[in-house]
Design a protein around this ligand. Sequence first.
Ligand SMILES: [Zn+2]
Length: 153
Amino acid sequence: MAYQYPFPWRGGPFHLSQGANGQYSHYGPKNRYAMDIAMPEGTPIIAARGGVVVKTENHQTGRGTDPSGNFVRVLHDDGTMGVYLHLKKGSVCVHEGQRVAVGSALALSGNTGNSSGPHLHFVVQRNTGMGLVSIPYRFNQPVGALPNFALGM
Ligand SMILES: [Zn+2]
């Protein structure tokens, strides 16, 4: 059975602001199955699955130069990766090469990079050799949906 992800944050309840295949920015191979969860900046972000931190970015301010903003990328033991985007500047508290367990603190949520409001963009990817592709994933409990304010609906 496929791994079911616990929520990668503490607190809430928070709501989905853009789901898989979202028309605002969840298209294309790398992010098709991403989910955006609206939450106040400074919400603790925790690992939804154990693994090894393979890449972090912690110095971007505002929209910055990278659409991902500040982020943490964790390589899981099955070869998939969990990526936590748009994190608050200076809040990333893990380093590359560090092993993390489910529930380990990673950073605080933010609004950096190509982000239309404070939220966490969480995506699971696999490196196919041709590049990164987003793969579908499921949380272990329902996450409420909000109208997609990015589309003005
Ligand atoms: Zn997103």
